[in-house]
Design a protein around this ligand. Structure first.
Ligand SMILES: Cc1cc2nc3c(=O)[nH]c(=O)nc-3n(C[C@H](O)[C@H](O)[C@H](O)COP(=O)(O)OP(=O)(O)OC[C@H]3O[C@@H](n4cnc5c(N)ncnc54)[C@H](O)[C@@H]3O)c2cc1C
Length: 599
């Protein structure tokens, strides 16, 4: 069954929920207009369905292969990458100064969703190149920018992100890769990195590694990490790829999913004199520079979850129309009904659709906030930057969690057939599982939300978002629209819980009750995602013309979400505020030596 990209839903979420339409009307995005947006989405949807979607299966079955230090991508991938890059997709949101089109991150985020629906393993590579472009543009010297950015923006070269080492995953302070000053302005890099996405491949002639390493006089901790650019081939004066650098791929992982994306062990400086690298930003300030690329990458990983969820839903829906079993309520005697007629299957399908739509609304709102932090009225930029920071962990973790849930429900809708690899339904679940782990595990995202993001602007960032959500809930309640049912009341209750748990966590942190606050972080993030996502769906319903197709669809989704999903926030709120004592008492059962005291 060919993948049908949900273009109308995506376009509506962009324009009416995230805020693209009013921002375009206010001239914040130059002469970008609705027609151009629609044309870009239509063409991206076509490319995702016709060119990328067929790659997904071959990427999964054959995957990337390593032989003699060279990684070969699955058949067809090189050709599609070339056509994708030649069409200009890689530079859609990149700066015009370096050959990009300078379009909003928001629009690029929507297009990214489509690439991920098409083939998530394919989209993983350009995702990291986009992060490197952003980090270089913000922190690199003029010389590095001129040498590398045009080729990275055009897609002629790709980039990677080298953070993880065997002993340093979530805890980057533990990295051991080292850098030495060469005395000529360059550096020599030594060390091993693991799990590096697209660390080696045959899609481009050169690969530009962004590598974290420590100088000999580095202060301890994350304050001592520097960021280096290490090209696979050192560019010649004319810019073409020249001498081979001392960086090699020593192995690729055999993993649960995402087989089309090579996950590489990279060795720097194995020959003895070190891989030649160039400093990006200042010495010992590499993590700050890397965070420029990690924040965008976190949002984009959230988008991976949404893209795969949308694809899983599309396939499950098509299957549910084809597969006939049992007699649905109201069906003629003797009829074998399509399973889409069974209320239990309908609930699964609608939950898939509603969770995906809610996560999309959050992620696009985060992308919009990133755009306005650069292009909004000067006096409002700091506020938008805080909004983007606040939404980033939610956009990453909520979207990737629902990606797994939706893919799993997709298998359920297929029944036993879904568990069999031939349908492809199982691949979505296998692929989606990693999204909750890389780019900062979802647990780390929840901790970031609670310990750092709630404090933004002394709490004003979270409060202003809660106030906006409340205003939407009130508008829904006061609209008295029959099609919205009890949406307003359910939203109001959920937002009250969000406010109370936020207050509880803020107080716990202020009173140094860190264990209690950390124990509640993951359920709090989920509560936040459900509440914000459900409310944004209602915003969509309210902003659409009630008689238009999108308006009806969003009203139905908003009501379904509010009346059947959002009340899960009550249990989550109770877990946040009341669960830490139970956790503390149960912890000793985790220790075979009889338990430890927990503070
Ligand atoms: C397919 C794949 C692709 C990847 N691509 C890249 C890449 O391109 N570049 C790159 O640098 N890395 C990459 N990674 C690595 C990835 O980012 C790490 O796996 C991830 O950051 C988690 O680190 P870890 O695996 O060491 O787990 P750990 O850090 O050991 O975490 C294990 C568990 O402990 C929890 N935990 C750890 N610390 C804390 C804490 N302080 N508080 C609470 N809980 C904690 C985590 O949430 C997790 O549940 C990739 C990994 C995979 C599998």
């Amino acid at each position: 069954m060919a993948f049908q990209a949900p273009i109308a839903e995506i376009a509506f979420t962009l324009k009416a929920i995230a805020g693209l339409q009013p921002a375009m009307e206010a001239g914040l995005f130059g002469d970008l207009g609705a027609e151009t947006v629609d044309a870009i989405l239509a063409e991206a949807g076509r490319f995702a369905s016709e060119d990328l979607a067929p790659l997904n299966r071959v990427g999964d079955k054959i995957g990337a292969k390593l032989a003699d230090g060279k990684v070969t991508t699955a058949p067809g991938w090189r050709d599609v990458y070339r056509r994708w890059a030649d069409a200009g997709w890689n530079g859609l949101a990149a700066p015009e100064a370096w050959g990009g089109q300078g379009l909003p991150t928001l629009l690029n985020t929507a297009v990214n969703e489509l690439w991920n629906s098409g083939a998530a393993s394919f989209a993983a590579g350009p995702m990291l190149t986009a992060g490197a472009i952003e980090a270089l543009d913000a922190h690199a010297s003029r010389e590095l920018k001129e040498k590398y950015l045009p080729k990275l923006v055009s897609g002629e070269w790709m980039a990677t992100m080298n953070l993880t080492e065997p002993q340093a995953g979530s805890d980057l302070a533990a990295i051991r890769s080292r850098a030495e000053r060469a005395g000529d302005g360059t550096y020599r890099i030594f060390g091993q990195k693991i799990f590096i996405t697209y660390g080696e491949h045959d899609l481009t002639d050169n690969i530009i590694h962004m590598v974290l390493a420590k100088l000999p006089d580095a202060p301890p901790g994350t304050g001592g990490i520097s960021l280096f650019l290490v090209p696979k081939f050192i560019p010649k004066a004319d810019g073409s790829a020249g001498e081979r650098n001392d960086v090699v791929c020593a192995g690729i992982e055999h993993k649960l999913g995402l087989h089309g994306s090579p996950t590489c062990t990279m060795i720097f400086g194995d020959k003895g004199s070190g891989a030649v690298g160039w400093l990006v930003g200042e010495e010992h300030r590499g993590l700050a520079a890397m965070f420029t690329m990690m924040n965008l990458a976190r949002l984009t990983v959230g988008i991976q979850g949404i893209g795969v969820a949308a694809r899983a839903f599309d396939q499950a829906l098509a299957y549910a129309h084809e597969r006939r079993q049992g007699r649905a309520p109201g069906a003629a005697k003797g009829e074998m009904s399509p399973i889409v007629r069974h209320p239990d299957v309908q609930r699964d399908l609608l939950r898939m659709k509603a969770l995906t739509a809610a996560a999309r609304a959050i992620a696009y709102s985060c992308a919009f906030a990133i755009d306005l932090s650069h292009r909004g009225p000067a006096a409002e930029r700091a506020r938008w930057a805080d909004r983007a920071s606040l939404l980033t962990p939610i956009a990453k973790a909520f979207s990737t969690d629902i990606g797994i849930e939706v893919a799993s429900l997709g298998i359920q809708v297929h029944g036993g057939t879904g568990y069999i690899e031939e349908t492809g339904a199982a691949q979505y679940l296998r692929d989606a599982r990693i999204f909750a782990i890389y780019e900062g595990t979802n647990g780390i995202q929840a901790i970031d939300l609670v310990t750092r993001k709630l404090r933004l602007a002394d709490g004003a960032a979270v409060q202003s978002l809660i106030d906006e959500l409340s205003a939407i809930a009130t508008e829904a309640a006061q609209s008295n629209r029959v099609d919205l049912g009890a949406t307003g009341a359910h939203l109001t209750a959920a937002i009250a819980r969000l406010g109370e748990t936020t207050e509880w966590l803020t107080t716990a942190l202020a009173q140094d009750r860190l264990t209690e606050a950390l124990a509640g972080a993951t359920p709090y993030l989920r509560l936040f995602g459900l509440t914000a996502g459900g409310t944004l769906l209602a915003k969509g319903a309210l902003r659409a013309a009630a008689d238009g197709a999108e308006g009806q669809d969003f009203a139905a989704m908003a009501r379904f979400f509010a009346e059947t999903v959002i009340d899960e926030s009550a249990a989550l709120a109770a877990t946040v505020t009341g669960g830490s004592e139970a956790l503390r008492l149960a912890v000793p059962t985790l220790y075979r030596d009889g338990g430890v005291a927990v503070g």
